[in-house]
Design a protein around this ligand. Structure first.
Ligand code: AP5
Length: 215
């Protein structure tokens, strides 16, 4: 199964991916996580991406397309879920070209959320720098405050989760990424999911839609 997950920053893409991966054995390919790993490792790619990410702008298409094409080649036969890629129509066209007709995307999950909900989610987010698990100081607390449930690592706040950068990320999303929803409505099956419910409710809706694909 090949799935694309769309949604504004803070819509809950990373949170829902963890559930989908556990249920269907797909590989989770998050462009944001791959970029952050490159930054932590001090690679050339990470250095090139840094200023764009910290400002809440998109990293240039050429860099991202090459990085994600390499990642997709390593996916298992069960398939993958793309989180944060594609993010421009250019990237989507490149993805379609690299998959070819036999490998087309099976479905797009479009997490819908109002901008007004996003800021509280982003400023309260805490992430595990080791395994990427995502928490929230109010909505999804770890068992021990400040520590990851999975590996005990100290949770961190992302540098691009400040209110000013979140505003720019939302603006970037509306201008450059939202047009992808229409692109995919013409080329694929799009499931619209209301993402302003609690995480378990969103998970139930996602599962229901994906079950129709499995059948
Ligand atoms: P990326 O890491 O992809 O960030 P994003 O798309 O902005 O999305 P987020 O990770 O912030 O949010 P999410 O939807 O995953 O929400 P989450 O589950 O964490 O990209 C970062 C940067 O990298 C970009 O700005 C860009 O510079 C660059 N980049 C990446 N991909 C690129 C590309 N393809 N092209 C160019 N540049 C690229 O949830 C958020 C919070 O809310 C958490 O605290 C969570 O616990 C909580 N939460 C989740 N669901 C719920 C719920 N249902 N109810 C209440 N709280 C919830």
């Amino acid at each position: 199964m090949k799935i694309v997950l769309l949604g504004a920053p803070g819509a809950g893409k990373g949170t829902q991916c963890k559930n989908i991966v556990d249920e269907y054995g797909l590989m989770h390919l998050s462009s944001g996580d791959i970029l952050r790993r490159n930054r932590a490792d001090g690679t050339e790619l990470g250095k090139k991406a840094q200023s764009y990410m910290d400002a809440g702008d998109l990293v240039p298409d050429g860099i991202i397309i090459e990085m994600m094409s390499e990642a997709i080649k390593k996916a298992p036969p069960e398939g993958f879920i793309l989180d944060g890629f594609p993010r421009t129509v250019n990237q989507a066209v490149a993805l379609d070209g690299s998959l070819g007709e036999d490998g087309a995307i099976d479905a797009v999950l479009n997490l819908e959320i109002d901008d007004s909900v996003v800021e509280a989610r982003m400023t309260g987010r805490r992430s595990c720098p080791q395994c990427g698990a995502v928490y929230h100081i109010e909505n999804l607390k770890p068992k021990v405050e400040g520590l990851c449930d999975h590996d005990g690592a100290k949770l961190v706040q992302r540098p691009d989760d400040t209110p000013e950068v979140v505003l720019n990320r939302l603006d970037t999303y509306h201008r450059q990424t939202e047009p992808l929803v229409d692109y995919y409505r013409k080329n694929s099956t799009v499931f619209d999911i209301k993402a302003d419910r609690n995480p378990d409710e969103v998970k139930a809706y996602v599962s229901k839609e994906l079950q129709t694909l499995v059948k």
